[in-house]
Design a protein around this ligand. Structure first.
Ligand code: FBP
Length: 547
């Protein structure tokens, strides 16, 4: 396969491990843990894996010789930069335990595990993928691992290949499945450990002990580069308002991080919209007001960042989506066979939600009724919120013009950044973090534990000072309504309005709105001085260091 010059140079990059993982380790137990909420329910559902202690690795002065171990790995859900480094970290970690250890990759996500599609990952394969973006080494998929027959079918291939541990690299939903699988295998004494790794560009899989999910750093750097480029264009031509939707599902972490990096004129934070009980019209009025203020100075241009999950946070829309989720989950076949689906929905919703649904533009209404993903989530990346907002802002500005409150011109352009950043070559931060997560997962396997998530912390310090260990997955869980039923799930970490990243943004946004304070971050740098190449995200920095 032909390689670019950068690919060749990156292949030689040696990710830096936390110093503790460079020697033999022992797992030191912390206090027993509790789930973040609904403790009684979660304990009942996870009798064998609930309440386990946190683990921290320390140097082991008296290591014993390791035995060969066969391990399986699954990439689950959306791509995130650094997945290949997690796999190469696991590979190197189990080879360090014993050189006869083997790593098997299940193909195209959890589906490959159930259908027994796999490949043995040899050093020749692994070496081709070190420090590269993408998940193409084994592929990924969104099959939900939730049924006992899937677990049993998967166990057949684990037994056949003598696999003693399975590493699931995924987001909140996939790690929820990892916890359910760990519990099930423990309950039947299957002799298989299950370990999770925190992946998702969305940045919403984090808590006190998982500081960030991998991929967030690289993806936001890629989006910030392009937003910066758009801002330079916009500041040069001075004739367009750019409405830029950013991936991230429900949480606004990606939009907020990009705002901190690029200082746009507007960035909407869904969590704030919900907290302030704002309507869609309130959001539109705020943007229109900023457009008008800039127009007074002759600045008929600007940038607006929009988190893709916004519509889910507007209280009226949230209520509509919740009822729609239940309606579609319980009447899937009838709905699929119905010709006039819009009318079907209106006829079956409560009066209040039916009125909101009926008021939506045709396209947005259709996008809301599309298939949920296998985890029951609305596919927010398919909803064209950027167009919805710019159309409504345009209408509002026309009214304001008639009232003499808007003197400028308004021409909007639309962008959606998501897929552009999910498979970028991992930044040095993600390359190191992912490799450490994988290597650390191998240490958790060696420690004989199950139902844990690989945890590497202290991430704003140089990577050699990072702290490695494991967090019981049940600790992150609560009960939520999914597909019309209450289910145990890992609690999503949304943007906290009392935390430093948001407070920093909130303290600056009025200035950024009216003045032109754009920052142009430029492309990710892999080689050069540490202040250019090795910076963690601003979200992480503010979370750790405060304002
Ligand atoms: P994960 O939660 O699986 O990491 O997915 C991240 C994501 O990129 C979201 O930001 C986005 O809404 C979704 O995947 C898009 O899904 P798909 O890849 O199926 O189009």
């Amino acid at each position: 396969m032909k390689k670019s010059a950068l690919q060749k140079a990156r292949a030689a990059y040696q990710p830096k491990l936390p110093i503790v993982l460079t020697s033999a380790v022992k797992a030191v137990e912390g206090n027993p843990t509790q789930s973040v909420a609904d403790q009684e329910d979660i304990q009942k559902l996870f009798p064998n894996t609930y309440g386990l202690p946190e683990l921290k690795f320390e140097k082991n002065p008296t290591p014993t010789a390791g035995k060969p171990v066969n391990v399986g790995v699954i990439l689950s859900g959306g791509q995130a930069p650094g997945g290949h480094n997690v796999i190469s970290g696991i590979f190197d970690g189990i080879k360090k335990i014993h050189r006869d250890s083997k790593l098997y990759g299940f193909l195209m996500g959890p589906g490959g595990f159930v259908d027994h599609q796999y490949v043995e990952l040899t050093s020749a394969i692994i070496d081709e993928y070190r420090n590269t973006g993408g998940f193409d080494i084994i592929g990924s998929g969104r099959t939900k691992l939730e049924k006992q027959e899937q677990f049993d079918k998967g166990l057949e291939i684990l037994k056949e290949l003598n696999i003693k541990a399975l590493v699931i690299i995924g987001g909140d939903d996939s790690n929820t499945n990892a916890a359910i699988l760990a519990e099930y295998y423990k309950s039947i004494n299957a002799g298989v450990q299950v370990i999770g790794c925190p992946k998702t560009i969305d940045g919403d899989l984090k808590n006190g002990l998982i500081e960030t999910s991998f991929g967030f750093d690289t993806a936001t750097k890629v989006y910030s580069e392009v937003i910066g480029n758009i801002q330079r264009d916009c500041n040069s031509a001075k004739k367009y308002w750019h409405f830029i939707k950013l991936m991230g599902r429900s949480a606004s972490h990606i939009a907020l991080e990009c705002a901190l990096q690029t200082q746009p004129n507007v960035c909407i934070v869904s969590e704030e919209v919900e907290a302030k009980n704002m309507t869609l019209q309130d959001v539109v009025d705020n943007i229109a007001c900023i457009v008008a203020k800039r127009a007074e100075k002759g600045d008929n241009y600007g940038t607006v960042l929009i988190p893709e999950g916004l519509v889910e946070f507007i209280p009226a829309m949230k209520a509509l989506i919740a009822e729609l989720n239940d309606l579609l989950a319980h009447n899937a076949a009838e709905f699929a066979a119905t010709e006039n689906q819009r009318q079907y929905i209106i006829d079956h919703l409560s009066a209040e939600n039916a009125a909101v649904y009926a008021s939506l533009p045709e396209g947005v209404a259709r996008q809301l009724s599309l298939d949920r993903d296998p985890h029951g989530n609305v596919q927010v990346s398919l909803i064209e919120t950027e167009k919805l907002l710019s159309e409504m802002v345009g209408r509002r500005l026309a009214e304001m013009k008639a009232e003499g409150k808007f003197v400028g011109k308004f021409a909007a352009l639309h962008h959606f950044f998501g897929y552009e950043g999910r498979c970028a070559d991992p930044s040095n931060f993600d390359a190191d973090y992912c490799y450490a997560l994988g290597f650390n997962a191998a240490c958790l396997i060696n420690a004989g534990v199950t139902g844990y998530m690989s945890s590497v912390r202290n991430l704003t310090k140089p990577s050699v000072q990072w702290v490695a260990g494991g967090i019981p997955i049940t600790m992150m869980m609560n009960m939520e309504r999914r597909h019309g039923e209450m289910k145990p799930v890992i609690q999503k970490a949304l943007v906290r309005l009392d935390d430093a990243p948001f407070l920093k943004f909130a303290s600056k946004r009025d200035e950024w709105a009216v003045n032109t304070c754009y920052v142009y971050p430029g492309p990710i740098q892999y080689f050069g001085p540490a202040e250019v190449c090795d910076q963690p995200s601003m979200t992480l920095k503010y979370e750790h260091q405060g304002l």
